[in-house]
Design a protein around this ligand. Structure first.
Ligand SMILES: C[S@@+](CC[C@H](N)C(=O)[O-])C[C@H]1O[C@@H](n2cnc3c(N)ncnc32)[C@H](O)[C@@H]1O
Length: 178
């Protein structure tokens, strides 16, 4: 059985080969100890189907897929360009890659030969960026928020019920409860 550390390192080394700065990827994605907690809980629950909200480029997505080889996973992400994702972070790096998150998610899952168990969807889960400062950065970058639909209810109806959900999008309590 693959360890969480091995799974996470496989994903990180793929992103490094793709030219993505590893400090940036690690800054935005799930840390090793949290990934281990997530997989420990998941291995106990043995979910057939998981909903992941907030993939970024796919570190946690790859870890879930590699560590839970029997599980089907539906993923939702706002799918912003990684360059913009960097601008939304408190700690920023020099990132110029304009490809979007789900491009990398698909690539890494293909590379790991686990893509067939995934459904990847672009959109907001239950609301657009609620923080005006973030929203201004998105709009100034040239992204129209209305181009990303709110797809949570439709996805839950079409692909649910889910045995587990991993919420790793906007962490503000007000939104997680929404
Ligand atoms: C912290 S990152 C996710 C990291 C990822 N789970 C990992 O460990 O590699 C947050 C992600 O949530 C996405 N996001 C933010 N708000 C969202 C929303 N309302 N609906 C869907 N995705 C959202 C962002 O595009 C970003 O990719």
């Amino acid at each position: 059985m693959i360890t969480v550390k091995e799974a996470r390192e496989k994903a990180l080394s793929f992103f490094s080969e793709q030219g993505l700065k590893i400090e940036f990827i690690e800054n935005v994605s799930v840390k090793l100890d949290d990934a281990e907690k997530l997989i420990n809980i998941s291995r106990q629950k043995q979910p057939q189907k998981i909903l992941e909200i907030g993939t970024f480029v796919g570190v946690s997505t790859a870890v879930l897929g590699l560590c839970l080889p029997e599980t089907e996973i539906v993923c939702i992400d706002a799918d912003l360009p990684v360059k913009l994702q960097n601008l939304l972070c408190i700690k920023q790096f020099e990132i110029n890659n304009e490809k979007t998150n789900l491009y990398f998610v698909e690539k890494v899952l293909q590379h790991l030969e686990i893509l067939t168990r995934f459904t990847l969807k672009r959109g907001f889960f239950s609301c657009c960026f609620p923080n005006q400062e973030d929203l201004d950065k998105v709009v100034n970058y040239g992204i129209k928020p209305e181009d990303r639909e709110i797809i949570g209810p439709e996805i839950c109806e079409k692909y649910g019920p889910f045995d587990m959900a991993f919420l790793d999008a906007d962490h503000r309590v007000r939104l997680v409860g929404h």
